[in-house]
Design a protein around this ligand. Structure first.
Ligand code: CLF
Ligand code: SF4
Length: 496
C-alpha cells in the first residue's frame, strides 16, 4: 500500500487536518505522480520528515561562485549550517557509506549531494557517485542542491540519472541586490565581479529552473534571508519562482558569526529573528508552498532532519562493516511499508482531533503557539530536558499548523553541567516566550514551576500521542478553561 491510498483515504474522510501531515494541504491537491515523488522525501514533505531520514555525502569540494555567507573551510551554507565536514569522500567511498547507512538506518530514503562546495562545480565526482548508486541501490532517491550557475549545461546528465529532486539556492532576481551577496562568479574561465557577475548567475538560475520544470523535475528553491539586503525582495523571488513552476520555497535564516570567518560574519551582518523569518515565510506563502522544517544540514549529515549520526559512520567504521545490500533492501521495503501503515492509522486517528477542532469553531478562541518536544515519528516522545530543539505549532479553531522549529541548548546534559541548568532554562524560556504551552513526554518539577511562572504551561500528559491530536486536545482544554477567551474582533494571526 502506498501513501497515495492514505491520502485518498484522507480525501474520502474529509481529513483536512494537519493530523495527516502539516503538508497534507499541500499534498491533497497534487497529482498522483507528484505525491509518489515526495511522500518519503523528508525535505519535500513535512509529514515525511517525522518518519524518513536523509543523508548527504561530501564529495564536492570546489565552488564556482563566492557567497558572502560562506567560508570555504565550512559546509555550503546553501544546505548546511557552518561546520567543517569531517571527511571529504571519493565517489567510491561515498557509495560504500550510503550502502552502510541505508542498511543500518532503513528509514533513510534520500541521498543528497549538497557540498561542501557546489555539486555541479564538481560534475565528475557528483555524477560518478549518482551513477554507482543508481546501479547498486535503486531503492534510494537521489537529490542534489546547487547554486545554479552551471545547471543548464548539466540538465541532460541529471535527468539521465533519474534525479527528480533538485534544490537551487536563489537569493535574488535583481543583480543590484545580487552584487551585495555575491562578490564574484567564475564564468567561462574568468572571474567576474559585481553586478555583471550577479546578472550572469541570476540568468543561469532562471534558465535552469525553466529547463528543470519543462522536464518534470521537482524544484525546491532555497533562499537565505539576509536582513536589510534581500528581506523585502524575497517576496518577489517567491512570486517569480512559483510562476516558473518551482514546487517548494524554503526561506532559511542567514547564519553569520564572526568566528566562521565569512564576510557577513566579520562585518557584523545579523541574521533574522524567529519572528522576522516567520513573517516573511507567511508573506511568501500566499504564492507558494513553503518549507518550514529545514534544519540547514551539514554537507555530510546523516539521519532524521535535526539529528546528525555522522559519527557512527566514519570511513574507518564503515570499513569494518559487513554490508549485504540485497538483504538490506528487503528489510528497508518492510520498514517503509510499516511507516505507510502507521501514517494511515494516524490519518484515521486524526478524526478525533478534527472533531475537537470542529467543536472549537463555535468558540471565539484566539490562535496560540505551542512548543513540542519530539524525536520523530510525529509523536510526543521526548523528555523536556533532552530536547535540543522544539517544534512550534500554531493552533486555532481552524487548524493545527506547523510553523517551524527552534533550537535550544539541552536543559539537562549530564551531572557535570547541572550548575548551568538555570541559565539554560532562562534561554529556553526566552526562545519559547511567545508559546502558550510546551508539550513533552516528561518534565521535572523544577523546570515545571519556572515555566509556569513564565506563563508557559508545561504538559506531560500527552506522552506518545500524535502531536496534532495532543495539541488540539490541549487547546480545547485551555479554551474550555477560559484561558484563550478573546473577542473575535481582537483576534489576530500570531504569525501574521
Ligand atoms: Fe539534502 Fe537538500 Fe536533498 Fe534534503 S537537505 S540535498 S533537499 S536531501 Fe532538507 Fe537539509 Fe534543509 Fe536541505 S533539511 S538543508 S532542505
Ligand atoms: Fe559557499 Fe555554497 Fe555559496 Fe559556493 S554556493 S560559495 S559553497 S554557500
Amino acid at each position: 500500500m502506498t501513501l497515495t491510498v492514505v491520502e485518498q483515504n484522507k480525501t474520502e474522510q474529509g481529513c483536512a487536518s494537519d493530523g495527516c501531515g502539516s503538508s497534507g494541504d499541500q499534498m491533497l491537491h497534487l497529482p498522483e505522480e507528484i505525491r509518489q515523488k515526495i511522500f518519503n522525501h523528508p525535505c519535500y514533505s513535512e509529514q515525511a520528515h517525522h518518519y524518513f531520514a536523509r543523508m548527504h555525502v561530501a564529495v564536492a569540494p570546489a565552488c564556482n561562485i563566492q557567497c558572502h555567507y560562506c567560508n570555504r573551510k565550512y559546509d555550503c551554507s546553501n544546505e548546511s549550517r557552518p561546520g567543517v565536514v569531517s571527511e571529504l569522500l571519493t565517489p567510491e567511498q561515498a557509495v560504500k557509506k550510503v550502502l552502510a547507512v541505508a542498511s543500518e538506518i532503513p528509514q533513510m530514503s534520500v541521498l543528497g549531494i549538497a557540498g561542501p562546495g557546489d555539486p555541479l562545480a564538481n560534475p565528475e565526482r557528483t555524477f560518478s557517485t549518482f551513477q554507482m548508486l543508481t546501479e547498486q541501490a535503486p531503492d534510494i532517491k537521489l537529490c542534489v542542491s546547487t547554486n545554479g550557475l552551471t545547471l543548464p549545461e548539466h540538465i541532460d546528465e541529471l535527468c539521465k540519472h533519474n534525479i527528480d529532486h533538485v534544490t537551487m539556492t536563489i537569493n535574488c532576481v535583481d543583480p543590484e541586490i545580487g552584487a551585495k551577496i555575491y562578490p564574484w562568479v567564475f564564468w567561462k574561465n574568468r572571474r567576474i565581479k559585481g553586478i555583471k557577475a550577479a546578472k550572469i548567475l541570476i540568468e543561469q538560475q532562471q534558465k535552469g529552473l525553466q529547463m528543470l520544470v519543462d522536464r518534470g523535475v521537482l524544484v525546491k528553491v532555497n533562499s537565505v534571508l539576509i536582513p536589510g539586503v534581500n528581506d523585502e525582495h524575497l517576496k518577489e523571488v517567491s512570486k517569480i519562482v512559483k510562476a516558473k513552476g518551482a514546487f517548494l520555497h524554503n526561506v532559511m535564516p542567514l547564519i553569520a558569526e564572526a568566528e566562521h570567518g565569512t564576510f557577513y560574519g566579520v562585518m557584523g551582518q545579523r541574521g533574522p529573528t524567529n519572528n522576522e523569518l516567520m513573517k516573511l515565510q507567511d508573506a511568501c506563502s500566499g504564492d507558494m508552498n513553503m518549507m518550514r522544517h529545514c534544519r540547514q544540514c551539514r554537507a555530510d549529515a546523516v539521519g532524521m532532519l535535526g539529528e546528525d549520526r555522522g559519527d557512527e559512520f566514519s570511513m574507518e567504521k564503515i570499513e569494518m562493516m559487513d554490508i549485504d545490500y540485497p538483504a538490506a533492501m528487503v528489510k528497508r521495503k518492510k520498514v517503509h511499508a510499516d511507516i505507510e501503515a502507521e501514517l494511515k492509522a494516524k490519518c484515521n486517528n486524526s478524526e478525533v482531533a478534527l472533531v475537537s477542532l470542529t467543536g472549537l469553531k463555535q468558540i471565539q478562541s484566539r490562535p496560540v503557539l505551542m512548543a513540542v518536544a519530539s524525536s520523530g515519528g510525529g509523536i510526543i516522545n521526548q523528555h523536556f530536558g533532552h530536547a535540543s530543539e522544539f517544534l512550534i505549532y500554531e493552533i486555532s479553531p481552524m487548524d493545527v499548523r506547523f510553523i517551524g522549529h527552534r533550537k535550544v541548548d539541552l536543559y539537562c546534559s549530564g551531572s557535570d553541567n547541572c550548575g548551568k541548568t538555570e541559565t539554560r532554562l532562562d534561554k529556553i524560556i526566552t526562545t519559547l516566550k511567545d508559546c502558550k504551552a510546551v508539550l513533552c513526554s516528561k518534565i521535572g518539577f523544577e523546570p515545571w514551576v519556572i515555566l509556569e511562572e513564565a506563563g508557559i504551561q508545561p504538559d506531560g500528559e500527552h506522552a506518545m500521542e500524535f502531536i496534532e491530536d495532543a495539541l488540539a486536545a490541549v487547546y480545547k482544554e485551555m479554551a474550555d478553561n477560559g484561558q484563550l477567551d478573546k473577542p473575535a474582533s481582537q483576534q489576530q494571526k500570531i504569525s501574521a
